[in-house]
Design a binder for this molecule. Structure first.
Ligand code: ZN
Length: 237
């Protein structure tokens, strides 16, 4: 129950902090809070209560939307994770070598702001790199989430580009969801260490989608590893 200006401020802070609160609700909550703060006369207590009711209505709107939310995995909508897999399936090799099938989706909150697949540029550009490059105003990457079907590279000696993991850190991406670890031992697992030590959250795909990605990238894993992963692919119970 909201009875005082402090209550109003606390409710406003809660709405602003809420991960799913959309911008218009946050602005409305702040406006209501400002109005409450300007009420200096105790006789205006009823106005504070009215503001409190409006805040409660805002909360209800946020909660209702949350209950209608689609399925998610580790707080990320499954539809967006599936989209990254679809993008990976769109890859076409730019030369005769074996390349990975990789898709990347960038989100702000639950909303997609960019996507790409490997070699969409026709010259072997990495999915994460291309998705980041497509974002015109790089400030919008600050606090974003990137879904990558393959672990972002931590070194890229030949291409003349900075590694994708470095770009992710440079632009302030806050969360990374990874499909598969890289079969290359020089990269495998390094991005997780790099991200976590820089306070970037790391999570992994749901198992069914990861399995699909393993199959899609089977040739790439075999070509890259020769030894260790090959036996896993031929394992039979
Ligand atoms: Zn890369």
């Amino acid at each position: 129950m909201i009875k005082s200006i402090t209550d109003v401020e606390l409710a406003t802070a809660a709405i602003c902090d809420h991960f799913l609160a959309a911008r218009d609700e946050i602005e409305l909550a702040r406006t209501l809070s400002d109005r409450a703060r300007r009420l200096v006369n105790p006789e205006q207590a009823r106005d504070v209560e009215r503001i409190g009711l409006e805040l409660a209505e805002l909360w209800k709107r946020i909660r209702d939307r949350e209950s209608m939310r689609e399925d998610s995995h580790e707080g990320i909508p499954l539809s967006q994770i599936r989209r990254a897999v679809e993008l990976a399936e769109m890859c076409k090799p730019e030369d005769g070598r074996v390349h990975p099938f990789v898709g990347a989706v960038i989100l702000r909150g639950d909303v997609k702001i960019s996507e790409a697949f490997r070699s969409e540029d026709g010259s072997g550009g990495h999915a994460e790199q291309l998705a980041i490059e497509k974002v015109r105003d790089k400030v919008t990457l600050d606090g974003s989430t990137i879904i990558a079907t393959l672990e972002p590279c931590t070194e890229r000696p030949r291409a003349g580009h900075r590694p994708c993991a470095e770009m992710i850190l440079k632009y302030g991406v806050r969360r990374v969801m990874i499909g598969l670890v890289d079969p290359n031992k020089a990269i495998r697992g390094n991005s997780e260490v790099l991200f976590r030590t820089n306070s970037v959250g790391v999570s992994y795909f749901p198992t069914d989608l990861a399995k699909h990605l393993w199959e899609l990238n089977r040739d790439f894993y075999l070509a890259q590893t020769k030894e260790d992963f090959r036996s896993l692919f031929t394992y039979r119970r």
